[in-house]
Design a protein around this ligand. Structure first.
Ligand code: AMP
Ligand code: MG
Length: 318
């Protein structure tokens, strides 16, 4: 059930987490499905509800640097610098883990992915629970991520007792994931912090080698609606058919009468586009159309995270 994120309801959700239950809650990236990261049984419920494969490790959410130190065995200077600059916020850092984090959280890896969310509901929930919270997005594995409480209810409503409603997720795409080893930084997934911003702080960020399966970006498809997605550069030749949908990057004066059109942004603002991405896909997917055309987004800054999600969505029907 959906509960408004009042103090009382946040406390109630924190209590549920302490008791080993699973709670859906808002973060600035997308809605998360959380459990006590120190409790393997509780974390197992996340995998069960999402039908997520056990080889896919979870991100652990913290509310303080003390919590990071409790779960991480080594914090390089470079990590501290990134933490200072980007936390709280949509950056996940993969670091060597301590034994308090059970294997189910990390898929048996000796590293753990950590993030401090900036959303005040997420922060308060973690603080009240008093433990780090493992949380992937609150959707069935492989499907579109939820950016509202309603999206969560629609997809997992019968499996999650508490869905805290904190409004629409302002960033709208998942966190950027980097791995930090001594002085080297590797990008594992594009996301809410553009890689150019990280390079400004950390120097060159290398891209992951594609032989390693370390991020869901390596899976053939992910973040996918059930409707077929087709990316197009030039939308002016798309047939104007009422059984199709179209997502445009920005408002334009091309006129369509029949096709169902949605806009990611008013004037091409990439932040606005990221924030609206999953909501547009959810809305058109619910209409059971035969195809959703999506205008390509400039592949720079946040556009890289958006294009990554769209390419993965398109790959489902390839
Ligand atoms: P999400 O599905 O948005 O919760 O993102 C979780 C992703 O973070 C996983 O698919 C992993 O690929 C990545 N991740 C989590 N833990 C690790 C880790 N220890 N090493 C590398 N990547 C990780
Ligand atoms: Mg996810």
């Amino acid at each position: 059930m959906i509960y408004p994120a009042t103090q009382t309801n946040i406390q109630k959700a924190a209590q549920a987490l302490k008791q080993g239950n699973v709670v859906a809650f808002p973060t600035e990236t997308v809605y998360g499905l959380g459990a006590n990261a120190l409790n393997a049984m509780a974390v197992a419920k996340i995998f069960e509800i999402k039908q997520r494969p056990f080889f896919d490790p979870l991100i652990v959410h913290v509310s303080s640097l003390e919590m990071v130190k409790y779960i991480v065995s080594y914090l390089p200077d470079m990590a501290l610098q990134c933490i200072k600059t980007f936390w709280p916020g949509p950056l996940t850092i993969v670091l060597p883990k301590k034994n308090v984090i059970p294997d189910i959280v990390t898929a048996g890896l000796d590293t753990v992915a950590v993030r401090m969310p900036s959303h005040h509901v997420a922060q308060q929930l973690i603080e009240h629970a008093g433990v780090p919270i493992a949380a992937p997005s609150a959707n069935p594995f492989g499907y579109l991520s939820p950016t509202t409480a309603y999206h969560v209810e629609k997809q997992l409503g019968n499996k999650v007792d508490i869905i805290l409603d904190g409004g629409q997720s302002p960033v709208g795409v998942e966190s950027t994931i980097i791995k930090i080893e001594k002085d080297s930084v590797t990008l594992l997934r594009h996301g809410g912090i553009p890689v150019e911003d990280i390079e400004a702080v950390a120097g060159e960020v290398s891209l992951i080698r594609h032989t390693q399966v370390e991020a869901p970006g390596q899976l053939p498809y992910h973040y996918a609606p059930t409707t077929k997605i087709v990316l197009v550069k030039d939308v002016s030749n798309i047939p104007d058919d009422s059984s199709s949908g179209m997502i445009l990057y920005k408002k334009s004066d091309i006129s369509f009468k029949n096709i169902h059109v949605m806009y990611l942004s008013d004037n091409g603002d990439l932040r606005q586009a990221a924030a609206n991405l999953f909501a547009c896909l959810h809305a058109l997917d619910a209409m059971k159309l035969s195809v959703i055309y999506v205008e390509e987004i400039p592949d720079v800054g946040l556009g890289q995270a958006i294009m990554d999600r769209l390419k993965k969505a398109q790959a489902r029907h390839r």
